[in-house]
Design a protein around this ligand. Sequence first.
Ligand code: ATR
Length: 289
Amino acid sequence: MPYRVGLIGWPVDHSLSPRMQNAAFAALDLDWEYVLLPVPPGEVEKAVRELAARGFRGVNVTVPHKEAVMPCLSCVTAAARAIGAVNTVVVEKDGRLLGENTDWTGFLTALRESGFDPEGRRALLLGAGGAARAVAYALACSGAPVVVLNRTLERAEALVSDLSAVVPNSALQAGPLEPAVLVREAARADLLVNATSVGMWPHCGESPWPDDLPMPAHLVVLDLVYRPLETKLLRQAREAGAQGVDGVGMLVHQGARAFEYWTGRPAPVEVMRATCYQALKKGGLCSDS
Ligand code: ATR
């Protein structure tokens, strides 16, 4: 029987992880399989408790269980605790369950891969959900001052207060996601990261950047949204002459890190990347962009 890993979430049908991880196992000729584990809200504890007995070596965890899974685990890394979310669980041989967050390292690897070293560079982060918390943690740990803007200001303030308490020497500030604030902060920033869901299929015509205002050409713009591959925000960046970075790099690197935790082998990153691009291009989502 192959070793099994999978994805716990609700819903999970649109995930690219099975294709990406199974392509990686095949590339290394590993007898492993990655399966979808749809788990309704409220049933995560039972699902996690049964993992070892069902032969699982680990799982990824996605919405809405990334926080709820934490009390069910034997041990959670300091980073996952600071972020407040676990996206990767490793089932040890003795059945112990270790919780980690690979979103923040995945984000940093993707950012550096694009040629941007965040140390000492000013970052403007849009959003204050789970993904934004991982990005804020990554940037703060890398020595980047971060301004966090969110539609619901209280959520941005909570993020800033939580992370300021655990990341030494961090410089985090919160504000409302409003056009005037966005434009003012973008003029001072080196990096703009969209960690909201604005612009995600099927709402491809939306962007957190206002239509009638020019985007500064000096910005590096990273959109965590990868459906469509070129979001409206990335199109605005391209048209302004700014560097755009799509969300596939973070998707691939968070998965690659999870793969390495589970298998103990270096992940075939380029195989995983090619699989994602192939699936996303074939999907033809929002083909106008
Ligand atoms: P994830 O785990 O992917 O980060 P989430 O926790 O649901 O998902 O967070 C979604 C983020 O997108 C939030 O920052 C949300 O803003 P609120 O905190 O105000 O809800 C943001 N978001 C979603 N739809 C938005 C919209 N139409 N305009 C602005 N921000 C939006």
